[in-house]
Design a protein around this ligand. Structure first.
Ligand code: FES
Length: 68
């Protein structure tokens, strides 16, 4: 992996695709419905989580991952 810059207003699910040209599954288009964009942060996990992300992760019993 490598570092790449992401514009402030870029939805994170699109950052690997648009900015680093890395394929990232995102079946629902980043709308917190499918969880195919789930990622594990090794460092620097954001403190904030949207209500939609929190709800879908809880509904699926997912821990230790975030939705990109
Ligand atoms: S793309 Fe569906 S939850 Fe992220």
């Amino acid at each position: 992996m490598r570092e790449f810059e992401v514009p402030m207003d870029k939805r994170l699910v699109l950052a690997p695709i648009d900015e680093a040209h890395i394929d990232q599954l995102h079946a629902c288009g980043g709308n917190a419905r499918c969880t195919t964009c789930r990622v594990e942060f090794l460092a620097g996990e954001p403190d904030q989580m949207t209500g939609a992300e929190k709800a879908v992760l809880a509904a699926r019993g997912l821990t230790g991952v975030r939705l990109s």
